[in-house]
Design a protein around this ligand. Structure first.
Ligand SMILES: [Zn+2]
Length: 328
């Protein structure tokens, strides 16, 4: 009797040990599976992002071709002689307005186009497969600086800025801008709002990098190149946005603050389109010229180019690219 009960006890003990053993093995297996499925890929992706950070650094370097910038600027300094500036001073039109005086040393784009003489080397945006030149801001008249997807700034421009609404603009366009908005509002219900102005290249780079990171977080399967391409359709490539020049403003109406095509129907947009050239501004991305500007129609985006250029551009219905002869 006692024998069989002690045997039963031992059996129960063995069974309990087996159960514990099974629990421990199952637990270990579960841990192993968790490690392989969850933890390892997480480690890998953090390694990948480190690799991609280094490729971003390379990319930024490719945006700043120092040797090229130095070459072109020295070539331009040589080509801009003292005689030329006096010729430019003589060319100020008789009916010169206050805006024009600020533009006096900077008219005659064809004659003073040092950029063409130095013909900067074309670089290739290897990800987008797009050729572009790095513009040298000192090589052209400040008000005719061309910045777009194929003409990029390598770094921040040095400029004095002034605040209008909560935005900053190049101080040299401030008076013309204020005059335009004041005249546009006078004796009318029109009320303007400057909703975007100067953005530095560095800030644009931050925006762009953040967008890439955001896309990669959403799509861990994307390569850096894929994320870059997608980011470039949402945020302007650093140095390729005209807002990097400080010469550009997005102007909307107090009671219509959406940057959509329907803005063109507002009194504010109509008045600006009609009158902007008198103050040296142009509607930079007109309808029907998208293939040249490579930017959608933007009835809110105005760019300062000076009264002379603006008059020609707006009366002929052309773009800044066409005015400067920079159309392929
Ligand atoms: Zn804009």
């Amino acid at each position: 009797m006692s024998d069989s009960s002690s045997r039963r006890k031992r059996k129960a003990q063995i069974r309990r040990r087996q159960i514990w053993f099974t629990i421990v093995v199952v637990f270990l297996l579960a841990f192993l599976v968790w490690y392989l499925v969850g933890y390892l890929p997480a480690r890998n992706s953090s390694q990948e992002s480190a690799i991609e950070e280094s490729s971003t650094a390379q990319l930024e370097e490719s945006f700043v071709p120092n040797s090229l910038a130095e070459e072109t600027s020295s070539a331009v300094e040589e080509s801009v002689g003292g005689g030329e500036s006096s010729a430019l001073a003589e060319s100020v039109p008789e009916e010169s307005s206050p805006e024009e005086s600020s533009q006096s040393e900077s008219s005659l784009p064809e004659e003073s186009s040092g950029a063409e003489e130095s013909s900067p080397e074309k670089e290739v945006d290897e990800i987008l497969g797009m050729e572009y030149v790095t513009v040298d801001p000192d090589a052209t008249d400040w008000n005719l600086l061309l910045v777009n997807k194929t003409h990029r700034l390598a770094e921040n421009l040095e400029m004095e800025t002034k605040q209008i609404f909560s935005e900053e603009v190049d101080a040299r366009i401030y008076d013309s801008l204020v005059q335009m908005l004041e005249d546009g509002e006078r004796d009318s219900d029109r009320q303007f709002l400057v909703c975007s102005g100067y953005r530095s290249v560095d800030f644009q780079q931050t925006l762009f990098d953040n967008k890439i990171a955001e896309i990669q977080a959403e799509h861990p399967e994307y390569t850096y190149e894929e994320a870059y391409i997608e980011a470039s359709t949402i945020v302007a490539i650093p140095g390729a946005s005209e807002h990097n020049t400080g010469l550009t403003v997005d102007i909307c109406a107090m009671d219509f603050q959406m940057l959509i095509e329907e803005y063109e129907e507002t009194d504010e947009a109509k008045w600006l389109k009609e009158n902007c050239y008198k103050y040296g501004f142009i509607l930079r991305y007109p309808k029907g010229k998208e293939d040249i500007t490579q930017i959608i129609y933007e009835p809110w985006h105005f760019r300062y180019v000076g009264v002379e250029a603006a008059t020609e551009i707006m009366t002929q219905g052309i773009t800044l690219e066409e005015y400067l002869g920079e159309v392929d």
